[in-house]
Design a protein. Structure first.
Length: 432
């Protein structure tokens, strides 16, 4: 079923455009996928999926080739006896967790991750988490969230994980000075670059140092409270933002730090909120802006005028589409997103070219029909759609690669452009 609804009244850019809202069959990964980048970020956390062999295969095939040390995720398999109600899953889960924590004393934070099977048998993981936390704290904190594939998309796994962690954040003192929190998993290299830029803007000297959430260590959770202002680094953190606001924190409205424009506006939102003067801001960001603009120029030659079609997948679609259109001159045929969070994406929507076709949700057959008819130069989609579309002669880009690759900030702008230029150049060589 498809319906067209207006998204917002009075606004410039794409804010005035209608959105095609679709419901139907979808082609997306489930939230378990988030474990792959979350376990790399929080280096003393362990993710125990309570699921089936299918869940275990998904995680292993997504991460398998990248494991060099003992992995910090695993699956506790629910078998037929559990599904038939013949075994006590809670006893079994307690045994698995006890064995794991005895063997791996470096684990400080354990997530029990729910799945479709654990939800089908109504295994109460929040009770299990508080029971196990009571037993293993203060050495290990045990939390739970759902990575289930029912009615979700894969980046929601990170949102659910971080939202589950928010209640554990220590409360900041009421008289503490205002502090900035950057929210959303960023690759360490990107986090380090932003840390340096924020330091040059005065964070850590005349104002508190910037904190990042999630932190690299479970024992280094940032404080939160009414004096916390937070910047979202990822556009898929609706529940996490709501939980932080519930703790009194204030979200700074900004586009996302993709490309020169997005990165500058994102940094400026923090600078303005903390009283950094315009001259200092321009001086601190000038070198990064210039480097990124120069690096983008050669990709613009390859990408300008090319037509791109987004299937809904990662929830990064709108910020990336804005970057491709405005900084590389690409034409947006359709920008599909699984969910449209109007408030968090307001600045992005205003920057999209007027008339961009936005779609929310998915009816995959209808969308495939529109894509085939439009014959775009490049299609951004999930793995399940990429192979059939390539077989039909279309050039594709896997949406999941955009989440696994460091793409935020000035020094990654050209890398993001290259992710689109590379498959197009490869296709041109194949055709030649
Ligand atoms: S959580 Fe559900 S969708 Fe995800 S791998 Fe397990 S069974 Fe499949």
């Amino acid at each position: 079923m498809s319906t067209v609804i207006p998204i917002r009244e009075a606004a410039s850019g794409c804010g005035e455009a209608p959105v095609l809202r679709e419901r139907g069959q979808r082609e997306v990964f489930c939230g378990l996928t988030g474990i792959i980048w979350l376990h790399r970020k929080i280096q003393d956390a362990f993710f125990l999926v309570v699921g089936s062999r299918t869940c275990a295969h998904l995680i292993q095939s997504a991460a398998g080739v990248m494991i060099f040390a003992e992995p910090r995720f695993a699956t506790a398999i629910i078998d037929e006896r559990d599904l038939a109600g013949l075994a006590d899953c809670n006893d079994e889960l307690d045994r698995v967790v006890t064995r794991l924590l005895e063997r791996r004393p470096e684990i400080k934070l354990l997530f029990l991750v729910g799945s479709c099977p654990s939800e089908v048998i109504k295994l109460d993981l929040s009770r299990a988490a508080s029971r196990l936390s009571g037993r293993f704290s203060p050495d290990v904190r045990v939390l739970n969230y759902s990575g289930s594939g029912i009615e979700t998309t894969f980046t929601q796994g990170e949102d659910a994980c971080l939202a589950a962690l928010v209640p554990s954040l220590p409360a900041s003192h009421a008289s503490a000075p205002a502090a900035l929190l950057v929210v959303g998993t960023l690759a360490d290299v990107v986090e380090d670059q932003f840390t340096r830029l924020f330091a040059q803007l005065g964070f850590g000297t005349d104002k508190p140092a910037v904190r990042f959430f999630p932190p690299r260590s479970a024992n280094d959770l940032p404080e939160v409270g009414p004096n916390t202002k937070f910047l979202l680094a990822q556009p898929f953190l609706a529940d996490t933002a709501r939980a932080l606001e519930g703790r009194g924190a204030e979200r700074l409205a900004a586009p996302f730090p993709l490309g020169v424009e997005g990165t500058t506006a994102w940094l400026r939102a923090a600078a303005d909120a903390f009283g950094v003067d315009a001259a200092t801001f321009d001086k601190v960001t000038a070198a990064g802006r210039e480097r990124a603009t120069n690096a983008l120029a050669r990709h613009r030659l390859q990408l300008a005028g090319k037509r791109v079609f987004f299937f809904p997948d990662s929830q990064l679609e709108i910020p990336i589409a804005r970057f491709l259109a405005r900084e590389l001159g690409m034409h947006l045929v359709e920008v599909g997103t699984p969910y449209l969070h109007r408030q968090h994406l307001a600045e992005e929507l205003d920057m999209l070219p007027a008339g961009t076709l936005l779609s929310e949700g998915q009816h995959v057959e209808n969308q495939l029909d529109r894509c085939r008819e439009a014959r775009p130069d490049i299609v951004v989609c999930g793995l399940g759609l990429a192979n059939p579309l390539e077989a039909e002669g279309m050039t594709t880009k896997w949406a999941i690669e955009l989440v696994f690759t460091p793409i935020q900030g000035y020094d990654q702008a050209a890398d993001l452009a290259e992710l689109f230029a590379r498959p197009l150049v490869r296709r041109m060589k194949l055709v030649a």
